[in-house]
Write a protein that binds this ligand. Structure first.
Ligand code: FES
Length: 350
C-alpha cells in the first residue's frame, strides 16, 4: 500500500469532505437591467476619478504647499501628500471591488495544477479564457469606465515618482545641520554657566520640564529638547535637529579625552539622537554595555567612549552636546554641537 507523501493517506482513501464547489451565481439587478448596469458603471468611474484627482492633488500639493506651513502640529505638505497618496490608492481598490461586485461575472474559473510549461493546447485555452475574461468584464463595451481606469492607474505612480525625481540632484545645504537650537538662548530658557555667559537648559521631551542634574540617576535615560523650544514657530523643524539622548553612567566608566574634559557632568553625557547613517532616531540604550542601538540598520554606538561606532553601517560617532550645570543645578548646554548633526553622506567641509 503506497502512502501519499503529502497527506499521509493512501491514494485509495476516500475524500473526507465533498468539495462544495463555487457558489452558484446570484443574479443581480445589473445583470438584467441595463439602466442599473449603467448606473453602476458611472459610480465605479466616479470613484476612479476621485482617485485620479487625489493623485493630481498630491503632486500639485508637493509643489505648491510651502514646507514651513503647518496644520496643528503636522507639516501641511506631509498631510497633503499623504492624503493624496492614500485616497489615490484607496480609490483604485474601492472602485475595482465595486466594479467586480456589481458588473463582473461571479462565475468561478478553476485551473488544475500542471507543469510550469503547459501544453500548447492548454495555453491556447488559457489565452481564450483570458480574452473571455476581458470580454466578460465588459471593458470593451464601457469606454467611460475604461478611460477612468486607465487614467487612475496611469496617474497613481506620479505621487511616488515626482518627489523622488524632484529630490534627485538636490544639493543638501549642510549649513542647516551645523546650527541647532542649542546655540540660541531666548529669554527665559537658559541658565548661567559656571565661567560666565548663559547656556540653554536641557528639558524633557515632550513636557519641556528642565532637568536637574540631581534628578538623573545612574543608568537613567532622558529624551531631551532645548527648554522653551515648544514655544517656537519652527518647533518641529528645530526639534528634528536638536533632539538628544541624555544618559548618566558611573563616571569611572567614561573615557573622556582631554579636549572634552568639561563636556559631561558627573557621568552625565548628551549625544545627538540623529543617527549618522541615514538619520533614524537612535534610542535603544543598553545599560550594561553602554551601547546605543539604532533600530533601522543596527548601527551601535559606545556611549562610554564618545559614541564611537562599534557595529553597523554608520561611519562616524554621534555628535556630543557639551553640557554642565547652571547656578541653580539645572543641566545646560555649554554651546551648540561642534559638527553638523545627522547622516554623513551630506557634503561636508572638512
Ligand atoms: S539609520 Fe541608523 S543604522 Fe541606518
Amino acid at each position: 500500500m503506497s502512502v501519499n507523501q503529502y497527506h499521509g493517506t493512501t491514494p485509495e482513501a476516500p475524500e473526507r469532505f465533498e468539495n462544495p464547489g463555487p457558489e452558484p451565481h446570484r443574479t443581480r439587478l445589473a445583470d438584467t437591467d441595463p439602466r442599473v448596469a449603467k448606473h453602476a458603471e458611472r459610480v465605479a468611474a466616479l470613484i476612479f476619478t476621485v482617485s485620479l484627482l487625489a493623485s493630481v492633488a498630491a503632486v500639485v500639493g508637493y509643489f505648491l504647499v510651502p514646507l514651513d506651513a503647518t496644520l496643528g502640529t503636522l507639516r501641511l505638505s506631509t498631510v497633503v501628500l499623504g492624503t493624496g497618496l492614500g485616497v489615490g490608492m484607496l480609490g483604485i481598490g474601492v472602485a475595482a471591488i465595486y466594479w467586480s461586485k456589481t458588473l463582473m461575472s461571479s462565475a468561478e474559473h478553476v485551473e488544475e495544477r500542471h507543469p510550469q510549461r503547459s501544453e500548447d493546447a492548454t495555453r491556447d485555452v488559457a489565452a481564450t479564457m483570458m480574452l473571455d475574461g476581458v470580454a466578460d468584464s465588459g471593458i470593451g463595451r464601457r469606454p467611460l469606465l475604461k478611460g477612468a481606469l486607465v487614467g487612475a492607474l496611469g496617474l497613481a505612480p506620479l505621487p511616488f515618482l515626482v518627489p523622488l525625481v524632484g529630490n534627485l540632484g538636490e544639493d543638501w545645504d549642510v549649513a542647516k545641520f551645523r546650527h541647532t537650537a542649542w546655540g540660541d538662548v531666548p529669554s527665559g530658557t537658559g541658565g548661567r554657566l559656571p565661567g560666565g555667559g548663559v547656556g540653554r537648559r536641557l528639558a524633557i521631551d515632550p513636557s519641556d520640564t528642565p532637568i536637574r542634574a540631581a534628578d538623573v540617576t545612574i543608568g537613567s535615560v532622558f529624551h531631551v529638547i532645548p527648554h522653551g523650544l515648544t514655544e517656537q514657530e519652527d518647533f518641529l523643524e528645530e526639534k528634528a535637529k536638536a533632539v538628544v539622548l541624555l544618559v548618566r553612567m558611573d563616571p569611572r566608566d567614561l573615557k573622556v579625552p582631554a579636549d572634552r574634559a568639561d563636556w559631561s557632568y558627573d557621568g552625565i553625557v548628551a549625544y545627538s539622537k540623529i543617527c549618522t547613517h541615514v538619520g533614524c532616531p537612535v534610542a535603544l540604550y543598553e545599560q550594561q554595555t553602554h551601547h546605543l542601538l539604532c533600530p533601522c540598520h543596527q548601527s551601535t554606538f559606545d556611549i562610554a567612549d564618545q559614541a564611537k561606532v562599534v557595529f553597523g553601517p554608520a561611519k562616524r560617532p554621534l555628535p556630543q552636546l557639551p553640557i554642565t550645570v547652571d547656578d541653580e543645578g539645572y543641566l545646560v548646554a555649554r554651546h551648540d554641537f561642534t559638527e553638523p548633526i545627522g547622516p554623513s553622506f551630506w557634503s561636508r567641509e572638512r
